[in-house]
Design a protein around this ligand. Structure first.
Ligand code: GDP
Length: 423
């Protein structure tokens, strides 16, 4: 027999209200017990005194009993909207814990039950996790789209298997249908490749983009960093090599969450602290989604530009443009700035926005692609056969391979990391 779990499903205290959620066979009995009601109407909000185990009234609240299976978890569920004070929530927690068959839920346990009861797929669970974590409209919208879409590949494979079954049943008379299935399989292969590309961009929207500032000491990285932060976060110093560690801020540029990191100057030195800093700068560059390389426009030194990993999008900032003899012409991903006067910083922001648009284009999509390459191989194999029975068997295999995601404990626990207690 399943235990009945409960948790505070609303946010931090104090608050106007605190929402407790219960799920499992004892939901109804427990709600009757704490409200002292003799009967509960399903899906009916009612107002009641709330009693603790000693029979003392400690709050009055709205509550509802929601019988399974048409609930989020698929189980009998109850919700109680008590007042959001620490004392009320503590008393409610004590009361619920002490009642028979009740125990506190772990993070994401309601959702896990929904998955086990077949109410949602692992794809929807992933999307739900992303929705709960969303801080920008972009993140929210892509999570909602993924929620609505559900398990895209499962739907396609199932549809194709149905078509193959029809061809198998009606045999020679409808031979044209096998070509139709082939065309759809080919289209599915293209769709899978596209999903991968869209998924990569979607992951960036979800996780946020990492921008790393690099350049030799004293070129004005900290000054640029401060302009990008909008306030004096980094210490600006005239002594070369004083930015020995990394500083990081988070903000939103062009609707995308970004972290901007100011690294230690890349500088060839025997000073062990500096040396360590250089190594880290190189590492940071390789971890970056976007690199902003700063050079001193008034000097010849451009060495940094040769060590930028070429596969990572980058913007070159020529700072201290005020110290240059002649005004340069701007091309491509270059900007000229006078960080101390905030000159050119708007162009830099605009360039960053453009780069982010390329990394996180509107087609970005949240998709789980674990196991998709195996499915891809099977579909390719399926296409290499003509025998309907064999094709169907291979598609069934693809379906099983893909369906494994629903029982993949590692994947599920990775997704569960996005959930808090009460969801
Ligand atoms: P970092 O070591 O690369 O982080 O460089 P800082 O931001 O600490 O700047 C080093 C020095 O250059 C400071 O004295 C700044 O005031 C100065 N500086 C920064 N940007 C400019 C600029 O655009 N023009 C001029 N003339 N000086 C600048």
């Amino acid at each position: 027999r399943m235990s009945t779990i409960f948790a505070l499903s609303s946010g931090s205290l104090p608050a106007a209200l605190a929402i407790f959620r219960l799920s499992g066979p004892m939901s109804k009995g427990t709600l009757m017990r704490i409200t002292k009601k003799k009967e509960l109407l399903p899906r009916y909000m009612f107002y009641s005194k709330i009693y603790d185990c000693t029979g003392q009234v400690f709050d009055s609240a709205m509550a509802a009993y929601l019988p399974g299976p048409s609930t989020f978890t698929g189980e009998d569920t109850a919700e109680v909207f008590v007042h959001g004070s620490v004392a009320v929530v503590d008393r409610m927690t004590e009361t619920l814990s002490s009642l028979p068959g009740m125990r506190h839920a772990t993070a994401g346990e309601f959702t896990k039950r929904a998955l086990l009861n077949g109410k949602i797929s692992v794809h929807e669970m992933n999307a739900l996790g992303a929705l709960l974590q969303s801080t920008t409209p972009r993140q929210m919208e892509q999570a909602n789209r993924a929620l609505k879409q559900g398990d895209w590949l499962h739907k396609s494979i199932t549809r194709l298997r149905c078509k193959l079954a029809i061809v198998a049943d009606f045999g020679e008379d409808v031979t044209s249908n096998i070509d139709e299935v082939r065309r759809e399989l080919e289209a599915l292969l293209i769709e899978i490749k596209e999903k991968r590309r869209k998924g990569l961009a979607g992951e960036r929207v979800r996780k946020g983009v990492k921008i790393v500032l690099v350049g030799r000491p004293n070129v004005g990285k900290s000054s640029i960093f401060n302009r990008l932060c909008g306030f004096d976060r980094a210490i600006v110093s005239t002594v070369p090599g004083t930015t020995r560690d990394s500083l990081e801020i988070s903000r939103i540029i062009g609707g995308i969450n970004v972290t901007i990191e100011d690294t230690a100057g890349i500088h060839y030195s025997n000073n062990p602290v500096e040396k360590d800093g250089i190594k880290r700068s190189m590492q940071k560059m390789n971890e970056a989604d976007v690199i902003v390389a700063v050079v001193d426009a008034s000097r010849e030194d451009r060495e940094i530009l040769h060590i930028i990993p070429s596969h990572i999008p980058h913007i070159v900032v020529f700072n201290k443009a005020d110290l240059m003899d002649k005004k340069p012409s701007i091309e491509g991903s270059q900007v000229y700035t006078i960080a101390t006067a905030s000159d050119g910083c708007e162009s830099l922001e605009k360039k960053l926005e453009e780069t982010l648009m390329e990394l996180c284009p509107p087609y970005a999509e949240l998709t789980l692609t674990a196991g998709v390459s195996e499915v891809e191989k099977l579909i390719e194999e399926c296409l290499s056969h003509n025998d309907i029975g064999l094709m169907n068997e291979i598609l069934q295999m693809a379906s099983e391979v893909w369906g494994r995601a629903d029982t993949n404990e590692q994947l599920i626990s990775d997704i569960m990391k996005n959930f808090c207690i009460g969801k």
